[in-house]
Design a protein. Structure first.
Length: 95
């Protein structure tokens, strides 16, 4: 089973000079996920009050979660904000 998630772009936030755009990383809206302990599909809800951001305020933006090759690093996510029930960040892309 392959689970995919979208990375919605926030309209009007593209910055050509910085090669960046604001994106929605997570919301509190439930999504159906496989519970590997129960082997059943359950609603999963990510609560914003549980968000833990890295001290560096930056995480790598990877191609398919692969850290084994530098070419799979597409850029970084920075400038995190929680807006009510939504976690947003700025995606900075390598040139």
């Amino acid at each position: 089973m392959i689970t995919t998630r979208s990375l919605p772009v926030i309209p009007g936030t593209y910055n050509a000079e910085a090669h960046s755009i604001r994106v929605t990383l997570a919301t509190e809206s439930p999504v159906t996920m496989l519970d590997r302990e129960m082997w059943d599909f359950v609603p999963e809800k990510l609560l914003m009050k549980g968000v833990k951001l890295p001290a560096s305020n930056q995480i790598p933006l990877l191609n398919t979660h692969d850290r084994s090759d530098v070419e799979d690093i597409l850029g970084s996510l920075r400038d995190f904000t929680i807006n009510g029930t939504t976690l947003e960040a700025t995606a900075y892309f390598s040139q």
